[in-house]
Design a protein around this ligand. Sequence first.
Ligand SMILES: [Zn+2]
Length: 263
Amino acid sequence: MLVFFSFAIVLNGSISSAATLNQTNITSSNNGYSISTFDKSVGGNVLANSAIKKDIPRTSLSNQIFQMTKKGSVILKFGNGHGPKLLISVGIHGNEPQANIAAMKYIEYIKNKNFNGTIYIIPFDIPKDTALNTRYYNGLDPNRIANIKGTPSWKIVQFAKNNGINYLIDVHSGGGVGKNGFIYHNAVSTKNEKKWISYIISKTKCSTGVDKADNPGMIRIAAHSYKINSITLETERDTTPVMSAAEAEFKMILAATKYLGFP
Ligand SMILES: [Zn+2]
């Protein structure tokens, strides 16, 4: 009787984990991570962007991401779920490949690690814009419409809200940033945002400030409005070689995740 009883528990465990996988529409998974399609409306061949093609190493996972993004953006999930929940959004501007390169490097770094908490990463927010190396989506700046229902940036912020995300990083590159990178913080930062930013600065010597262009349609601002601790990372786009800029951004991502207790 005792033997049968413990068998039933194991069986029950495997059924419930299969149901969880179904529910979240996981396309594939292994011990370290899962990957699934996020937004089917924005697919594109990111390898059409010369910096993406040249500067991201080919691995089985990067090749899978490149293939899947033809049909939509993808979201990767890492960690065991017991701890903070972080979402990293990358490349809402399709002409900032330094951001995508840094995030793909981080994905390779984290992919087989076990740790407490959850990291979600969307490495190409709008693959069709990355393919064209353009900032604009249907003639609009996609990082000014996160407060408009149905847009790609709105879907990202709603995912964060609906999945209990505590921390969000929106990853960019831009001009006049400086070689160690820059963090845009919210005009009225939460206590956690302040501590988070101080830690990243202590590790990377990056700078920080507010964005004069701050707008309720930015991913960072929209997420912050839902009480999610949110920052924008920027690395130098114009005066630094692409790979050095991507490396500086990778270091900021690494510091930002270490602050949350991730590997
Ligand atoms: Zn940008």
